[in-house]
Design a protein around this ligand. Structure first.
Ligand code: FE2
Ligand code: FE2
Length: 289
């Protein structure tokens, strides 16, 4: 089979599998609509989220985990909004729903989901703290968080929906010495970042978030939204959480380090804290993840 035939076949498989991914719960779409308005209503968001008890339970578990280090127990969605802010609660609801679309009963898939959660939470915490450190505004820090949380949804999709072709891509990447992202492009016609962007565009996620997810693996020119740089840096420095150093490069793009004006050693200090918090949050989330 010719290389371009493989890609065409895989592209069709990916397209087909993307269509099988369930739509997000109605409540989540309503939260998304409300929070994209110029003047979103916290009361409306609270009412919408509160109606979906499955989301409420998972949301409160994360909010009350050591990840946020809040002094008291948060027992209602309204309290979560007051303490964390509307955007942060919106971001968690989106993240919980997006990962929830890949829930599985098989132990292997549950473990994959857990690993992706851990890496996503660690990247989210790293990216938002990096954004704060380099002086980005609160809106961009929010984008750092939600983008960090969901940047690898395309990888989660490939791992769970197309496990055999993805394992083959990983094997071939190891044998040929190229990166997994390069092998994805060769075999699938696109990498997991671009696949993730297609997925979240189907869910009508905000454009800035879709672009971030699609661009987090680079290439970088220095003209991107700085949130993309923070996510890339947090991503690179937490890739060890995927557990296969042969496959995952930990080398941040020099363009990104230069644009952010931060040293890799300082970034590592920030990321190490985020990793510990992510592990604690995941422990709290437990079966809900
Ligand atoms: Fe990635
Ligand atoms: Fe990643």
């Amino acid at each position: 089979m010719q290389q371009n035939e493989v890609s065409a076949f895989m592209k069709r498989s990916i397209d087909h599998s993307l269509k099988q991914v369930p739509a997000l719960p109605n409540a989540v779409m309503k939260v998304l609509d409300e929070t994209e308005k110029n003047e979103p209503s916290a009361a409306k968001v609270e009412a919408i989220v509160t109606m979906d008890q499955a989301i409420v339970a998972r949301l409160l578990k994360v909010v009350n985990s050591a990840y946020y280090g809040l002094p008291g127990q948060v027992v209602t969605v309204g309290q979560a909004i007051t303490i964390l802010g509307l955007q942060q609660v919106r971001n968690l609801v989106l993240g919980l729903a997006a990962f929830g679309a890949f829930a599985s009963n098989s132990p292997k898939q549950a473990e994959l989901l857990r690993t992706c959660w851990l890496h996503g939470l660690a990247t989210a915490g790293s990216a938002s703290q990096l954004g704060k450190e380099v002086g980005l505004g609160s809106k961009v820090q929010d984008l750092c968080f939600v983008g960090g949380l969901m940047h690898d949804l395309g990888k989660l999709f490939l791992l769970t929906q197309l496990p055999q072709p993805y394992a083959e891509a990983a094997n071939r990447a190891k044998k040929s010495g190229c990166t997994l992202e390069e092998m994805e492009s060769r075999l699938f016609g696109m990498n997991h970042a671009e696949i993730g962007q297609m997925l979240v565009e189907r869910w009508n996620f905000p454009e800035s978030l879709c672009t971030l997810i699609g661009s987090h693996e680079g290439p970088f020119t220095g003209s991107e939204n700085p949130a993309i740089w923070c996510v890339h840096l947090g991503d690179c420095l937490t890739k060890d959480l995927y557990g296969d150093p042969e496959l995952f490069s930990r080398v941040p793009d020099p363009v990104v380090l230069g644009e952010l004006g931060i040293t890799e050693s300082r970034a590592i200090e920030i990321v190490e804290v985020a990793k510990v918090r992510a592990a604690e949050a995941l422990e709290q989330l437990g079966a809900a993840a």
